[in-house]
Design a protein around this ligand. Sequence first.
Ligand SMILES: [Zn+2]
Length: 344
Amino acid sequence: MTFITFGVKMKIRYDSVFVNKGNAEMERTMETSCVIGIDAGGTKVAYGLFGSNGEIIERMEHPTDKDADGPTFSDILIKNIEIILDKRNLTFKELSGVGIGVPSFLLYEEGRVLMTSTITGINDFPMRKYLEDRIPTTIVLDNDANAAALAEHRYGAGRGTKHMVYVVLGTGLGGGIIINEKLFHGSYGWAGEIGHMIATADKGVMCGCENKGCYMSYVSGRFLPDHVRLGLEDGVESILNPDAMNGEKLIEAYKINDALAVKIVEQMAHNIAVNIFNVYQVLNINTFVFGGGLTSFGNILFDKVEAEFDRYNHISLPVHFKMAELKKDFGIIGAAEFIREGNN
Ligand SMILES: [Zn+2]
């Protein structure tokens, strides 16, 4: 039995932005430690400076330099960390550390980025060591989906749960696993990469993980053009154009009953449901929190996901599907939590 919760808005601590606080409040904040959270995404890099009470006191962002290599990328981070501290007249002494979420496979304990699909120049790079050799603060690097998972668990839809799986449905398909209220990393660091579990071994569209037919290749926005192209080649009638595809166009076509759009949405729902069902069987975690751009499909997608999940689930114990609650800043909030986790 699945329970879907859409968009339950709760007031969260991080909603408060205290940029215009009075001097007394600022002084109180500066007496104790601050944390910087960085969301180093494929399109932009966002920074948040958090005060001791968890409030955001400074924000900054810039487009991602997609051609950067490991050192170049890290040097940009260092420069901006220093700028943010300067802006608030802070030094590294007042900083507990910098948490960074990266869209990468990485060796968690070593802080080594193995590969990043969106910034391909960062390859087998010891980013944590590089940064710690240059700035006097603690650095924690982790996957960006883990950052979002932690943010949702602490402040969003996963509050109060002991175990939770975060599922990001967007350009890619990924996840983060919380067990006993802590992120689970696995042996190397990429536990939760549910998108690269294989749905149709050796068949289907080739993914960046170098396998054909992984779940990401059926579910994510990145592969929509491939499925439109395949459908048209099979002779399915459609208004969709593979060279100009995005989620909104898929939904518009779905709403007018376009045969290919219906087929693709059903294929997505089926694969999300099977993927989640498999995760449920392996971990027996009953709370799934969905984030990412494709959640805007709402009931069109998730009613089908629920129906498909229930088709395979023959035990009537509750399984909760929840929509992520943190609409913005979850990347920097989660990255800042990496540091708080280490301090607790
Ligand atoms: Zn893959």
